[in-house]
Write a protein that binds this ligand. Structure first.
Ligand SMILES: N[C@@H](CCC(=O)N[C@@H](CS)C(=O)NCC(=O)O)C(=O)O
Length: 301
């Protein structure tokens, strides 16, 4: 772990979950304990503390709406876990709790109120059960959805599939112009993610490409002048972007000392308002975990 490893016991604890009473229950396998990597970190070096308070201020989500119940999630299944009773008629959404793609389908399922109909199955990607590839989803990725004796994948397809094949609040407005814009925005998500990740993995300042991608989103949020969401109502476009915006806010703050919402009031409002939607808040993971996991994966010291 690097010098930004987060110490425990600092006066303002970094990136930790707020009170557990307001958080979804996450299985222990989905968490890691971040230990101080060095005595320096353990004593809250001022630079570390500065970084921490900065990230905390930006990343800490507000409490979920009053009265929202925590969903108890099952522990992630590992190579030593038996498969569930596959193709027994149960609809299952296979996720990794920290995966932003899986989070999209998970938010859609929550927003449509399908907690009773679509069962979440956590998969430990680092210790993946062999049966997942062999019997469930040959692409061996998450998310996948087992429904009607078939398994489908690809997060954006799944969000649309959930919208079209299940009851619940609509994830798309009726307006045809907005529907067309939705397709455009969905088509841009990979480019957006690429433009942002490129700065995270590169040395030096945030690139013009990254800034332009953020500015584009800022402008897109104002297209219909009926924010805070892209299409005037919470929709599958918000679902497509929010897991990544959530992560980029954390990563850019910590790794690049760059505040993605500075001078972007629409993005700031979007983040503020989306954090009031329980279907999304229920899927959020510990920002500190997301940061460390991603740094490790990308080989960022
Ligand atoms: N295009 C896919 C990407 C899914 C994806 O890459 N998921 C990652 C986890 S975040 C995964 O399963 N990785 C496992 C692997 O690539 O072996 C989607 O949108 O669903």
């Amino acid at each position: 772990m690097n010098s930004l490893a987060f110490p425990r016991g600092c006066s303002s604890p970094p990136l930790t979950r707020p009170s557990t009473s307001s958080r979804p229950t996450v299985p222990s396998q989905a968490r890691i304990k971040i230990r101080p990597s060095s005595p320096r970190a353990a004593h809250c070096h001022p630079r570390v503390a500065r970084n921490l308070s900065r990230t905390v201020a930006m990343a800490a989500p507000p409490a979920p709406p009053a009265g929202s119940a925590k969903e108890v999630l099952p522990p992630s299944l590992t190579s030593s876990s038996e498969p569930p009773a596959l193709f027994d008629g149960t609809t299952r959404l296979y996720v990794a709790y920290h995966c932003p793609y899986a989070q999209r389908a998970w938010i859609a399922r929550n927003y449509k109120g399908l907690q009773g109909e679509i069962k979440i199955v956590g998969i430990d990607l680092a210790d993946r059960p062999a049966w997942y590839k062999e019997k469930v989803y040959p692409e061996n990725k998450v998310p996948s959805l087992e429904h009607n004796n078939q398994v489908k994948g690809e997060s954006l397809d799944l969000v649309k599939y959930i919208e079209s094949n299940f009851e619940g609040q609509s994830l798309l407005p009726d307006d045809s112009e907005k529907k067309q814009f939705a397709e455009e925005l969905l088509g841009y998500t990979d480019a957006f993610n690429k433009a942002l990740y490129s700065s995270i993995v590169a040395k030096g300042d945030v690139s013009d490409e990254t800034v332009a991608a953020l500015d584009k989103i800022e402008a897109d949020l104002a297209k219909f002048n009926d924010g805070p969401f892209f299409l005037g109502q919470f929709s599958l476009v918000d679902i497509a972007y929010v897991p990544f915006i959530e992560r980029f806010q954390i990563f850019f703050s910590d790794i690049k000392n760059y505040d993605i919402i500075k001078d972007r009031p629409n993005l700031q409002k979007f983040i503020e308002e989306v954090n009031k939607i329980d279907a999304y808040v229920q899927t959020k993971q510990d920002p500190q975990f997301l940061l460390e996991h991603t740094k490790k994966r990308l080989g960022i010291a």
